[in-house]
Structures are given as structure tokens and as C-alpha cells.
Ligand binder design. Sequence first.
Ligand SMILES: [Zn+2]
Length: 473
Amino acid sequence: MSDETEVMIGLETHVQLDTDTKLLCGCENEQDSDPNTNVCPTCLGHPGAKPRLNEKVIEEALKLAEALDCDVNEDVFFSRKTYFYPDMSKNFQTTQFELPVAENGNFEISLEDQDIDIGIKRIHIEEDPAKLDHVGGDISNSDYTLVDYNRAGTPLLEIVTKPDFTSPQEAREYLQQLERVLEYLEIYFSDTEFSIKSDANVSIDGGNRVEVKNITGTKEVEKALSFEISRQKQMTARGGEVEQETRSFNSDMGSTTSMRKKETEEDYGYIFEPDLTRQELDEERKSAASEKVPELPRQKFSRFKEEYGIADKLIESLISVPAMADDFENLAEEHEPELVASWMTGELKKTLNYNEVSYEESGVKTEWIEYVLELLEEDKISDRNAEQLLRDLVEEPRGPEEIVEQEDLLKAEDDEVDQVVEQVIEDNPDAVEDYNSGEEGAINFLVGQVMRQSGGKADPNTAREKILDRLEG
Ligand SMILES: [Zn+2]
């Protein structure tokens, strides 16, 4: 911030996990199905239905706990958070309150070449409520509201930070770098139906804390916080006091509106959940989860920097797509790392983004990329045609040899150019005479003719040299 306002921000982030089944029942964890088709007595809250814990979720939580450097609690249990609303037909949410899976962690993020430590207060498991569909408007003015219980019981990991952010930019950067870690851990993927939602606690100059709810994704948080901070500043500048309250972020308007005066955690009347057994998170379970934690983005960044010595920007771009980073390493064994990285993160990635297809799903094979690199290294293809070839490989995946042949993308061989030069000189005696009588511009005409007759494959400089050799030799 450019002025002297002291800003304190903490985030509570809910990550929907990409597990096969829901947290407490065997229903498919699939939100895009027809409404209310992935439901059962347990996730509909029928009396007498008993929950059963999806142990996979514990494993995912332990993986994240390790990645965020947290202490794992050995003996954890679940609690019921009482609340009455149509999106939670049990009238309580199964969550963790007293003893979460993990606490006291740290996540180091980088922003503009600075490393910033963000304290992690806790990571806990809970279930997502159902989805409310306000038909014909929003919560305050819709004609009626539909409830879809497909989402009821989707496993969530809630990650609560300490109030360590001092700007909206830091909060955005944290969420983006957290999302990458979640993808590396393979517990969440940004290109699926699942999402990340955050609530932010924000205060200025030691004033009252306002909670901003409903911030979806990783980029919106900057917009929501910037609005809220300037609202609080304006309020105090006018001599008013910021009230402790909960506000809702409206993404379309880019503003926050008051929802309710803030309730405290005690208001929810947490009680112990007797239907779920206590979970012992012993060494065996921790190390089983630990084995599934791969090299994380920041470690990979440092290693790439040291091993390959390529530009930070190239590394950033590579590690944002783990499969691409892996293929880069394979290709960099035989080829110049700078060349491999710049082609993978350049034209290839640009085309993938343009076609909205992921690297893994594109069908582009590593050996195809290697083929293009070899053509470049052997100077058999121009940069322009190599770009064309990569675009074709993404748009219509097939063997690059075939494309090169069909589209005639290779540079002309030397003797092929020689032949064209020979022919052009023979066919244009007037231009040759003009050149010989001192009109040097005539050479450009001849070069143009060579380019035209070779279908653009001859290199113009080579063509010029060859014509001059021939005319002056
Ligand atoms: Zn169910």
C-alpha cells in the first residue's frame, strides 16, 4: 500500500476435494449430474442414517499438512456445528472444531522477488452443504429457491491462515500458489467442477474485523479485499467506526454488502459427533501419506534454477504444468535446456491456451516435440514454420513427419536453392543485364523471384548470396 494504513488480512479457504465419493457416505462425489441424483439417506439427513468417514480424505489432509509444514494432531475427532438452513438438511454440519487434523504450519510464497511467510493456523476437514439455486434473482429477490443435494457432503479441507497478509496482492498470490500445491498433491484440480472458496477477515489500523464471504477462485480475492479496504478507509476518514460484521462479496458489482452482525464461534453450539469414531493419526498413517507428497513447486523451482540455469520466467511457466515440467526434464537430457523450455512455454503453451486444452489432454507426445527440436537444431526448419508445426500438432494431433511432408515445412536443401537460382537467372536476362550495368536494385527483383519459385522455403539471405556468387563469379 502506498499510504501508511496498516492492513491485516487472514484467509479461510475451502477446497473441494476431487475424491470419488463424498465425505460421509458412498454417494458419487459428482456435482454436475442431474440435480439430486447423487444422494442417499445419509447426505439427505434422514433420521437414523449413520455416517461413515471416507478415509481417503484423511490421507489428503495429511498430504496437505506436510506440504504446509503443519503439526499433525495424533488423535482427532469430528464435531457437529449447529445451524438451520435449507442447504443443510441435518441441521448441523459435520466439521472439526476443537481438534483439527493439523495446526501451526507455514507456507512461504514469493511476490515480486520477495519471500513472504504466511502462518497456517489450522487445516480441518468438513462437509460442503447443498447448493441453493435462487431462480429469477439472487438470495434477496428471487422468485423461488431450489436445493440440489448433490453437493451436500462433498469433502472440504479448510485452511485457515494467521492474519499475516498486508495487502490484497499477497492474498491473491497466496491463493494462486496454494492452488498449485494442491494440484501437485493431486487433491484438487482447477480445470474441474470443483472450486476453491475463501472468506477473508480484514481490518485496518487495528480497527474492528470484517469478514468478507463468498469469494470464489484465486483472483477475485484481490478485487474483494481492495474494495473492502477502501470502504473501511473512507468510513474512518469520515470519522466513523468500522463495525464488526459479516459482508458478502458480489463479484459482478465488485463490492461487498452487509449480511449480518458477526456471530462468534460459540454461537454455533458445537457438540461432539458421536456417530464417527476418533481418528488416530499415527506415524504409520502419516508416513503412508508422506510417500505420496511429490516434489513441490517451490522445491522444483529452486532445483530447475540450479540444474538448468534458465530464466525464472521460463521455470515459472514450466512448473505451472507439472506434466510439462516432467517432459522438459526428459528432453533437456539430450537438448539445450533453454531451447526446450522456450519452445515448450512459448508457441506450444500459447496454442494450448488458445485452444483451451490442457497439455496432458492435448495428445501431443514428447517425441513429437523432440522431433521439432531436432529440426530446429539441425537448421532444417525456420522458426516460423516450427511455430506452424507446433500449432498443427495441438490443433490436429498426428505425427509431425506427416505434417511436415503435407505442408512442405522444411527449409529447401542447398542444391535445390542452387537449381532455382540457376533457373531464375536464365529466365530473367534483362534483370541480370540491369545488375551488370550497375543497377544494384535489380538484385532484389531476382531474390524475390527465387523466393517465389521456392515457395518461400529458401532463406532470403542465402538466396541473395547465391545470386551474387553466380553473377560475380
Ligand atoms: Zn449420500
